[in-house]
Ligand binder design. Structure first.
Ligand code: ADP
Length: 194
């Protein structure tokens, strides 16, 4: 299996690139943000719980997020691999994912981290907020909090994969096509090394 963690701060372009990688490598895309938003739209219990955290730019509690992610993986028993987009976002999530995948005799192949400057992130998120309908993109204070949460709780997850020699940093500035090529090259090189 090819299991990729697509990593990077809010606005780094994970969702855009994940869509392209999914069709090229025949993977299942699991975006925790998209799943939460679908639950909010459907007014499920999970959606109601997640909404307050998401609207404030805070993380949904680990226990809830981990359970949801695992059940999404289990819905795809025939997948050739997964792209995890927006997960793991904390070290406990990374640990839980490792144990969960071990139980299925698989593991994360590589973490690809999109690197984008903070100034560029804020620009992109505000632009996206104009037409995405995402409340968490439209408010500058919420954006600032998301970046703060990323720096305080999420950035450290890179160390988890780095310690396993599975961390690859990718320049996230440039055209969508250029960045896609960088990611594809990293995956192809990694597959040869496997
Ligand atoms: P972005 O990366 O652009 O901030 P996402 O769509 O990935 O957006 O996530 C939106 C929100 O959903 C996050 O700000 C957070 O509140 C919640 N969320 C997504 N993934 C996780 C996660 N792994 N753990 C906790 N909360 C999450």
């Amino acid at each position: 299996m090819l299991n990729i963690v697509l990593f990077g701060p809010p606005g780094a372009g994970k969702g855009t690139q994940a869509e392209k990688l999914v069709s090229k490598y025949n993977l299942v895309h699991l975006s925790t943000g998209d799943i939460f938003r679908a639950n909010i739209k459907g007014e499920t219990e999970l959606g109601k719980l997640a909404k307050t955290y998401i609207d404030g730019g805070n993380l949904v509690p680990d226990e809830v997020t981990i359970k949801m992610l695992e059940s999404e993986v289990d819905k795809n028993p025939n997948a050739e691999g997964f792209i995890f987009d927006g997960f793991p976002r904390t070290t406990p999530q990374a640990n839980a994912l490792e144990v969960f995948l071990q139980g299925k005799n698989t593991s994360i192949s590589v973490m690809l981290a999109l690197a984008v400057s903070e100034e560029e992130l804020i620009k992109r998120l505000l632009l996206r907020g104009k037409d995405s309908g995402r409340a968490d993109d439209a408010n500058e204070e919420v954006i600032a909090n998301r970046i703060k949460v990323y720096n305080n709780q999420t950035a450290v997850v890179a160390d988890f994969y780095s310690a396993q020699n599975k961390f690859e940093k990718i320049d996230g500035i440039g055209s969508i096509g250029d960045i896609f090529e960088r990611l594809s090259n990293a995956i192809d090189n990694h597959k040869i090394a496997l």
